[in-house]
Ligand binder design. Structure first.
Ligand code: ATP
Ligand code: MN
Length: 467
């Protein structure tokens, strides 16, 4: 028989060419049947939906099917026909079945279990996670959202600006950075005074993995007008929470001439676009996840798209929290850094809508945020989402050289490693604003999953970087 080109299962369902001979390749999800006929459900990763292959036992011989079990990889050629059973519009009557790889049922960790293996168990076998329906759905959604992010910015005239992953800057909290070095850590070169001599290191100075592309992104915005970054960022903070990873992806638009209001408009429009995109382009996967994990998921996504985000100041937010009568684990008072329990109270209980909080006390925000007239607050903004809390953090930046330097002195910061960041304000400075969206927090929201370890293929968390 002549060889026919492989068809993806998603394309078969999209436009079934009934009566045609098709070739599919994929993994066995289940096989059942009797002495006369076997029903093999196969999935090739292109869609959440499995296709049913019907195979005559007589044609292949009983022995043959002993080699086929959940997890095995097959190449099936057969006739595409209308399905006899319910739930499927078409199925394949097998003519030939080639077994690419068996999966010994005694050893295969993903044996069919009643409710499927637990998410905790799957984290321990991350090398096989993508084979499950749940993770197939999540990782397809991850892909579509990455594409949607690039599409949104491209369609709106932003330029993708690549900021470095290895950086000499440690201005944003040195303690939480991962150091990059080629020095022999057991026997590093020393200066006369006995300190480690980083002049001998690969880059001639101490370097770290970036915690954010923002500072370099601002340089791009002050030349190209509107840019965005989309890359991995690293934080060595030892926070074992369901919302923090040590390695995560961040999207950071930065726009010259935008003030904080433009920044809020951009954040709201961007989030609504992404969620609409997911509802339109990931409907099957979202429906699957909603059914399995989170019955309110689709309503929650639609709700965010259809409603204006509430905008209020931090001061107003704290006032509401203080008067709420709600018992919180962490106390609220003006000046406190809000915890996710506070953020979620405002979003889920008080306003029942996404919230943008602005004008935070300068003490709890970064040195680069534009200072307000009151001398107490800065033009920062956090976007707070149901079930997540903070999903975006951003601000209008301090564009004035003298004010920025005064703040740097006030904080007793060493800005030697980012001299360029302050220096650019001497040459054609202008108002500008930007924000950072944590990609995995977005995926948490869109998938309805509860733990950030379950929305990235290979999560890096304290004590875990095996695979
Ligand atoms: P949080 O208060 O939740 O720890 P942050 O204020 O430290 O976050 P920013 O520095 O403002 O975070 O980073 C911008 C965005 O990046 C956050 O709004 C969040 O969506 C995401 N983010 C920050 N830290 C992490 C992390 N460790 N893992 C995953 N996403 C993160
Ligand atoms: Mn933040």
């Amino acid at each position: 028989m002549e060889t026919i080109r492989r068809t993806k299962i998603v394309d078969i369902f999209r436009k079934p060419d009934l009566g045609a001979v098709v070739s599919i390749k994929g993994w066995v999800r289940t096989m059942r049947g009797n002495k006369f006929v076997k029903f093999i459900h196969m999935n090739d990763g292109s869609t959440i939906n499995n296709i049913q292959v019907v195979a005559d036992v007589e044609t292949f011989g009983e022995e043959f099917f002993k080699r086929i079990s959940t997890g095995a990889c097959l190449h099936v050629v057969g006739l595409l026909v209308e399905s006899q059973g319910q739930g499927q519009n078409c199925e394949i009557q097998a003519k030939t079945i080639e077994i690419y790889g068996e999966a010994n049922p005694e050893e295969y960790p993903l044996q069919k279990q009643k409710n499927g293996p637990s998410l905790e168990f799957l984290r321990e076998i991350a090398y096989l996670r993508p084979r499950t329906n749940t993770f197939g759905a999540i990782f397809r959604i991850r892909h579509h959202m990455s594409y949607a992010i690039h599409k949104y910015f491209n369609d709106n005239g932003f330029f993708y600006f690549h900021t470095p992953i290895v950086t000499g800057s440690d201005a944003e909290g040195a303690g939480s950075m991962f150091q990059v070095t080629t020095l022999d850590v057991n026997n590093p070169p020393r200066t006369k005074e006995g300190a480690i001599d980083y002049k001998e290191d690969f880059f001639g100075g101490q370097t770290n993995l970036t915690v954010s592309g923002q500072l370099e992104g601002e340089l791009g915005a002050m030349a190209l007008g509107g840019i965005y970054t989309f890359g991995p960022t690293f934080r060595a903070e030892n926070s074992n929470t369901p919302r923090h990873l040590a390695e995560f992806w961040m999207i950071e638009p930065e726009v010259a001439f935008n003030d904080i209001h433009d920044n809020m408009d951009l954040a709201e429009d961007f989030m609504k676009y992404l969620i609409s995109y997911a509802l339109e382009n990931c409907a099957d996967d979202i429906a699957f996840l909603s059914e399995k994990y989170d019955a309110e998921l689709i309503d929650r996504l639609k709700f965010v798209v259809e409603n204006d985000f509430v905008r209020l100041t931090y001061t107003e937010g704290v006032d509401i929290l203080e008067k709420s009568g709600q018992k919180f684990e962490f106390p609220v008072y003006w000046g406190a850094d809000l915890q996710s329990e506070h953020e979620r109270y405002l979003v889920e209980k008080h306003f029942k809508r996404p919230v943008i909080l602005t004008d935070y006390p300068k003490e709890i925000k970064s040195f680069y945020m534009k200072q307000n007239e009151d001398g107490k607050t800065v033009r920062g903004m956090d976007v707070l989402f149901p079930k997540i809390g903070e999903i975006i953090g951003g601000s209008e930046r301090e564009a004035d050289y003298d004010k920025l330097m005064a703040r740097v002195k006030e904080l007793d910061m060493n800005v030697d490693s980012i001299w360029w960041y302050t220096e650019i304000r001497k040459f054609g400075t202008a108002p500008h604003s930007g924000f950072g969206l944590g990609f995995e927090r977005l995926i948490l929201f869109i998938t309805g999953m509860a733990n950030i370890r379950d929305v990235i293929p290979f999560p890096r968390t304290p004590n875990n970087a095996e695979f």
